[in-house]
Design a protein around this ligand. Structure first.
Ligand code: FAQ
Length: 315
């Protein structure tokens, strides 16, 4: 039998990337490509799961039954996204429980945005509009990711995120066009969520250690700055439409480039949040650890039941 050497495997992998053929779980892939995907997809899964907490905080306090039903459905969607993504990580040979343990020990990252508190109902609007809006901007290009299971998971996730974005914009519009007090609530939420939403896209390209390699591997299809700019250009006119002010005195339209220019992002704040020192980091991780501990008896019972059934079938 012909011996296949590493150079041939690498060439076959590169040729698939060049021809836009997806890499599938059983295909050969460079160890660093696998490692990068495990890192990104598991962080993405953790973000979806931790991301349920800020909005989950408002389910019992939604202003009416319709709002409660919609919010409940949205938060459940995020749980589903987390589960698809943990399954995608498993196709790379990673152990799901180990990745979750890494979240609980503080080793694994999740999106900085979910470390901010939700202090008013208007925050449900701001999260749907801005956070889901930013998530879609980032995830639509991931539908063309070179790794098949991740790309396919993103298709459904993006459809659901798009509904989330609309429900958020509907909430914020209703408030912004309501009484002066409601408008103030909407503006206050925008003031607090605008900059953290811009940080979701990650560090500037010049300070992003992973972007170039991930672009070469066609995991990422656009850079952090490209996606952030796209988000700004789409979102600023939406704020104007509903009479809200973007909290950035340096924001201006550049006629020549056809893009908005913004003031300086507070990267010290971003790195503080990413390294565990945001307003809610400890609370978020503690909530996830407690959920795992509280659910232990269910997993143990399910496992015992499965073992018993297996034993019965074998006898
Ligand atoms: N927060 O070199 P880069 C959602 C880390 S889902 C925390 O640019 P990369 C849905 C980064 O991991 C939101 N950490 O890295 C929802 C790396 O650290 P490492 C999540 C961040 O991977 C809505 C280091 O900084 N979406 O919102 C952040 O090429 C509402 C250097 O950064 C995804 O995960 C951050 N914002 O680019 C749920 C999408 N940014 O690993 C509930 C998939 C960067 O070396 C409610 N992920 N870091 O220790 C991606 O597209 C990428 O991973 C980026 C970062 C763009 C996030």
């Amino acid at each position: 039998m012909k011996e296949i050497n590493l150079t041939e495997l690498e060439a076959a992998f590169q040729s698939k990337l060049d021809r836009e053929i997806r890499i599938e779980p059983n295909d050969w892939m460079p160890a660093d490509y696998r490692k990068t995907l495990i890192r990104q997809i598991s962080q993405h899964a953790h973000s979806e799961i931790v991301g349920m907490l800020p909005e989950g905080n408002w389910i019992t306090r939604a202003p009416n039954l319709r709002r409660k039903a919609v919010l409940l459905a949205k938060v459940q969607d995020e749980a589903g996204h987390g589960l698809y993504l943990y399954s995608a990580v498993e196709t790379l040979g990673a152990d799901r429980e180990e990745t979750i343990d890494d979240l609980h020990s503080g080793k694994a990252k999740y999106s900085s945005i979910f470390n901010y508190p939700t202090v008013s109902w208007a925050d449900m609007g701001a999260i749907g509009w801005l956070v889901d809006g930013a998530a879609i901007m980032n995830q639509v290009p991931l539908c063309r990711c070179s790794y098949g299971p991740y790309a396919r998971a993103m298709v459904r996730v993006c459809k659901e995120e798009s509904f989330h974005q609309r429900q958020g914009f509907e909430i914020i519009s209703k408030l912004a066009l309501g009484t002066p007090e409601q408008k103030e609530m909407a503006q206050d939420a925008l003031n607090r969520w605008w900059w953290p939403a811009l940080m979701m896209f990650g560090p500037n390209d010049a300070d992003s250690p992973h972007t170039q390699q991930s672009m070469n591997w066609k995991i990422k299809r656009s850079t952090n700055d490209e996606l952030r700019q796209l988000f700004i250009d789409v979102t600023v006119p939406q704020a104007e439409l509903i009479g809200l002010t973007i909290p950035d005195p340096d924001l201006k339209w550049n006629q020549e480039t056809g893009h908005y220019e913004i003031g300086t992002i507070n990267w010290d704040e971003f790195w503080a949040v990413v390294s565990g020192n945001g307003p809610c980091n400890r609370e978020r991780v503690a909530a996830r650890k407690k959920a795992k501990e509280d659910g232990m008896w269910v997993r143990e019972a399910a496992l015992a039941h499965a073992e018993k059934r297996k034993a019965r079938q074998a006898s």
